[in-house]
Design a binder for this molecule. Structure first.
Ligand SMILES: [Fe+2]
Ligand SMILES: [Fe+2]
Length: 143
């Protein structure tokens, strides 16, 4: 994960390390990364608050749909950690709502940057820590 070799420390890039080996989910995760990058670009370019909020909202909507999709797949797979993973999803969504709520009320530069970093952190950490667990499970199923 990462941004080792480019000029912007904000920009995330997809790498095969992030693949869960399920094409439809990989595509959604890639889209996620694009949305997070779009948010970070808006912050770095100091776009107006409204543009930043719209990008945050797009991430929130995308995350909500993506999480629901994963949870549907867990049922199909009889994934044993489905409940715990769904709990993590709920926590991430809650965190995103709180970040957006906090962001609504203020607009200092460092607060924008902080909000953007928190959004990025919450989503990327989830992908790396939690989604990789079902990747490993699916591999044991030979999926
Ligand atoms: Fe995911
Ligand atoms: Fe997930």
């Amino acid at each position: 994960m990462s941004s080792p070799n480019n000029s912007s420390p904000w920009k995330l890039e997809w790498s095969d390390d992030l693949s869960v080996s399920i094409p439809e989910i990989d595509a959604e995760h890639q889209h996620f990364i694009q949305l997070v990058n779009a948010l970070n670009e808006a912050i770095v370019a100091r776009m107006e608050v409204r543009a930043i909020q719209q990008r945050m909202q797009a991430i929130l909507e995308d995350a909500t749909a993506h999480f629901a999709h994963e949870e549907t797949l867990f049922k199909e797979w009889n994934y044993p950690d489905a409940e715990q993973h769904a709990q993590r999803h709920a926590e991430v969504l809650q965190a995103l709502h709180e970040i957006m709520h906090g962001f609504d009320k203020n607009g200092l530069d460092y607060e924008w940057i902080e909000a953007g970093l928190q959004v990025k952190q919450a989503l990327i950490e989830h992908m790396l820590a939690e989604d990789m667990k079902y990747r490993d499970y699916c591999r044991t199923l030979g999926k």
